[in-house]
Design a protein around this ligand. Structure first.
Ligand SMILES: [Fe+2]
Ligand SMILES: [Fe+2]
Length: 212
């Protein structure tokens, strides 16, 4: 004989609330009720990740991200130049650092471009005006110390501008903020690396400079 099973409803806590009560609870803690969320998501579906709940000024955020993108690309180019041009015994470890930074700046550029697209914008990768859109400069430098110094200055500029962008975005766009904060943390590491390289090279490098 086949056993029969009886399914009994579990006395749940939320299940016992009416949709109206649910709405009141959500409203009390500042959340949007399910009905409104669902209705909003259906509107402007072609906007992809951009929903009606997006609070920041997308146009401004896209502009800021594009300026940061130009900065990253200029940084990639400067680090690549330094990587290929660094010579001398003390350049061996420094070259590795330059190359690693170049690779990481490229990852930052890609993250920014990705976010720009998610926000409904287009990444500006045009070489025209790249340097004037960039926050940091492209300085080639002659000696190893000059190269590292210029890179450190560029990193310090990037740190300040990312910090300002994080403050501007605030809580209006948590995803962009997370991207910016991740990049900011890595720029701080870069600056730290360069500062210790400068210290290591210190006296030896300066005597080299004075011989030029
Ligand atoms: Fe970067
Ligand atoms: Fe960096």
């Amino acid at each position: 004989m086949k056993a029969t099973t009886t399914i009994t409803a579990q006395p749940g806590t939320t299940a016992s609330r009416t949709p109206r009560q649910e709405g009141i609870v959500k409203e009390a803690i500042g959340l949007t009720d399910v009905k409104t969320l669902r209705a909003r998501a259906r509107q402007g579906i072609e906007d992809g990740a951009m929903t009606a709940g997006y609070k920041a000024k997308a146009e401004t955020v896209i502009k800021l991200l594009n300026d940061a993108l130009a900065t990253e690309i200029v940084c990639v180019l400067r680090y690549k130049r330094h990587y290929f041009m660094a010579t001398g015994i003390s350049s061996l470890s420094v070259k590795g650092e330059f190359l690693q930074h170049a690779t990481e700046e490229q990852v930052h550029a890609d993250q920014l471009a990705e976010r720009i697209v998610q926000l409904g914008g287009a990444p500006n990768l045009s070489p025209e005006g790249m340097l004037s859109r960039s926050h940091s400069e492209y300085v080639e430098g002659e000696s190893l110390v000059e190269m590292i110094t210029e890179d450190l200055i560029a990193e310090r500029i990037a740190i300040d501008s990312y910090r300002e962008m994080v403050t501007y975005v605030g809580t209006d766009d948590p995803t962009t903020r997370k991207v910016l904060e991740g990049i900011l943390a890595q720029e701080e590491e870069h600056a730290e690396d360069l500062a210790s390289l400068l210290k290591e090279l210190g006296p030896q490098a300066h005597s080299h400079d004075s011989n030029r």
